[in-house]
Design a protein around this ligand. Structure first.
Ligand SMILES: Nc1ncnc2c1ncn2[C@@H]1O[C@H](COP(=O)(O)OP(=O)(O)OP(=O)(O)O)[C@@H](O)[C@H]1O
Length: 295
């Protein structure tokens, strides 16, 4: 069963094309990561799926209906990127207030315990640390026992321990049959949680595949050097020339360097460095190479 669906969705903000003909399907029971650099379009896509914005073109569906219709959002839990909590209310009061909107909410103590906030129940939210506030905002998405939870960069600003306990809560929800779509800048986070990952860059879906397949693509390294001429080199996924240097993208930098030496290439000023996600994906797609099959 499809819980959330974007079909050839575009969204423009003035001159900025934030999303460009994006397709995304989230099925019941999946835990899908939405991965991409700053400005890639992740929040825009999430805002369309949860009915906060309308697409400029294309169609968005939530539980088979229009996300802007409140009835379509009944089984949805969301934590947007920016959340505001009333600073003078206590943690317990905020939880009670949100709970009152749902027929069968998760009991307060259970929810706060799951998100490591049991000790904070009497604290005013204005006095919480940024990380505690973020955890509370994420916890509120789970309060109404949703079928689908959408989290926009849930762990931004959290320390390692808080991040891991939040991952545990997301995993527990998923293992009980819940469906999750979460956005992140961090491959590590998506690897820790998701089975499927949708990579977005410059408003387009660059890959939609298993985490393993995408890890392979992201594992691309940049080998850059100065050389007059290069023989054909196996394992090179893209070659660029800029300012007298040659940049080779490869999935196995060690082997590429061995191949260069073996071929007797007179190179100098060799550098090997990781590519950013954006570089890896954009370079590969700009080259029109197949990146990954659509799941
Ligand atoms: N309300 C808006 N008005 C104008 N431009 C916007 C608006 N919201 C987003 N954009 C632009 O749309 C593009 C996509 O932004 P979006 O916030 O969706 O990306 P993101 O992947 O969520 O980035 P981040 O990881 O930084 O949150 C960016 O170029 C951004 O500047």
């Amino acid at each position: 069963m499809i819980l959330a669906h974007a079909d050839q969705v575009s969204r423009r903000y003035g001159d900025v094309l934030a999303l460009d003909r994006v397709d995304l399907t989230v099925r019941a029971g999946e835990l899908v990561g939405l991965l991409g650099p700053n400005g890639a379009g992740k929040s825009t896509l999430i805002n369309l799926l949860v009915g906060l914005r309308r697409p400029t073109a294309g169609r968005v569906e939530l539980f088979g209906g229009d996300p802007r219709d409140a009835t379509s959002r009944r089984r949805l839990g969301v934590t947007p990127q920016e959340t505001g909590l009333p600073g003078t209310l206590r943690v317990g009061e905020v939880v009670d207030f949100v709970s009152a909107h749902f027929p069968d909410p998760v009991p307060r103590a259970e929810l706060l315990d799951r998100f490591g906030l049991a000790d904070q129940v009497r604290r005013q939210t204005g006095g919480l640390s940024g990380g505690q506030r973020r955890r509370l905002a994420v916890a509120l998405a789970f309060i109404g026992r949703p079928r689908l939870v959408i989290l926009d960069e849930p762990t931004t600003g959290l320390d390692v321990e808080a991040r891991h306990s939040l991952w545990e809560a997301v995993r527990a929800f998923h293992s009980e049959g819940g469906t999750v779509l979460l956005s992140s800048h961090y491959l590590e986070e998506v690897e820790a949680l998701a089975q499927r990952v949708v990579v977005i860059g410059h408003g387009r879906v660059l890959a939609d595949d298993t985490v393993d397949a995408v890890r392979g693509i992201v594992g691309v390294r940049r080998v850059s050097l100065i050389a007059d001429e290069l023989p054909p080199l196996p394992g090179v996924v893209s070659t660029e020339h800029a300012e007298g240097r040659t940049h080779l993208l490869t999935t196995d930098a060690d082997q590429l360097v061995r191949d260069l030496v073996r071929a007797g290439v007179a190179f100098r000023e060799l550098e090997v460095r990781p590519t950013s996600l954006e570089e890896a994906f954009l370079t590969i797609t700009a080259d029109d190479r197949p990146t990954a099959v659509t799941a």
